[in-house]
Ligand binder design. Structure first.
Ligand SMILES: [Zn+2]
Length: 272
């Protein structure tokens, strides 16, 4: 009986052993089968791997410096206005005497005139503005040295009028369309040049030609006004008189000749 029981136990052991071996073999077969049937490796696609992550999840980038916006170039500073000398000018601007804009790039001459009358500057300006001719200079200087202005420096005034053929070329000026030509009339045959107004500032002195010399107050005022115009433009305009531009005109009078020469050389009436 003991022998029978031992045999039965051995049979059981053999059976259990065989069952375990069978299971191990089966697992091995499945493993090998899985290996042998796997497909060729697919190239790595990082977007699949990191699709569920934010850029900031990565420590190296989480505290990255913010992208700096390019700085806009600083605007150039506005040019400093010219430092003008102290001068008393009575402004009596009359729109009817303005003939279009005139920037500093169009400034070349200061043209001097006599009013050929004894009226005060304010009376002269009112007469210019009311007679319908639209003719005026920018400034009038009284015999007492007062300075009146009726046309701004950055506008054209009709003070030099027509000149004989060839004057435009002689003074290197041109009638280039900036002058509105309102109130102008051809002075006569052969007077077809009209460019000076667009390239100059006009100054009238209250004076009657042949009446005597100019008062010192008036000449001092002209000195100051020319210095003011020079400072305004930042350069020295050529100084001339009306008769140099328009042959046959009488401005300025013979008693001004020495002063004119001094102005052209020294920019003051006495060369001081
Ligand atoms: Zn004149």
């Amino acid at each position: 009986m003991k022998t029978m029981m031992r045999v039965t136990a051995r049979v059981k052991n053999v059976f259990v052993c065989g069952l375990l071996c069978g299971l191990v073999s089966l697992c091995l077969v499945f493993s090998l089968s899985a290996c042998s049937t796997s497909e060729a490796p697919v190239p790595h696609d990082p977007s699949e791997v990191f699709a569920d992550r934010e850029f900031s999840d990565y420590p190296a980038h989480a505290e990255a410096a913010p992208v700096k916006e390019p700085e806009e170039p600083a605007e150039p500073a506005a040019p400093e206005p010219p430092s003008l000398p102290e001068i008393n000018i009575v402004e009596d601007i009359r729109s009817g005497l303005i003939h279009g804009p005139k920037g500093p790039e169009y400034q070349r001459y200061i043209v001097l005139h006599d009013t050929e009358g004894e009226s005060s500057p304010d009376s002269v300006i009112s007469w210019w503005d009311g007679n319908g001719n639209h003719v005026a200079a920018h400034f009038v200087i009284g015999t007492d040295g007062s300075i009146w202005q009726c046309v701004p420096l950055d506008n054209i005034a009709h003070h030099a009028g027509y000149a004989p053929d060839g004057s435009n070329a002689a003074f290197d000026v041109a009638l280039d369309g900036r002058d509105d030509l309102i109130g102008t009339a051809l002075a006569g045959s052969g007077y077809s040049d009209y460019g000076m107004n667009s390239w100059s500032i006009g100054i009238e002195m209250v004076h009657v030609g042949g009446s005597g010399y100019y008062p010192e107050e008036q000449l001092d005022a002209l000195d100051a006004l020319i210095a003011y115009i020079d400072a305004y433009y930042g350069f020295e305009s050529s100084i001339t008189d009306h008769k140099a531009w328009a042959v046959g005109n009488s401005d300025t009078s013979p008693e001004f000749a020495e002063y004119l020469a001094n102005y052209q050389q020294y920019r003051t009436h006495d060369g001081a």
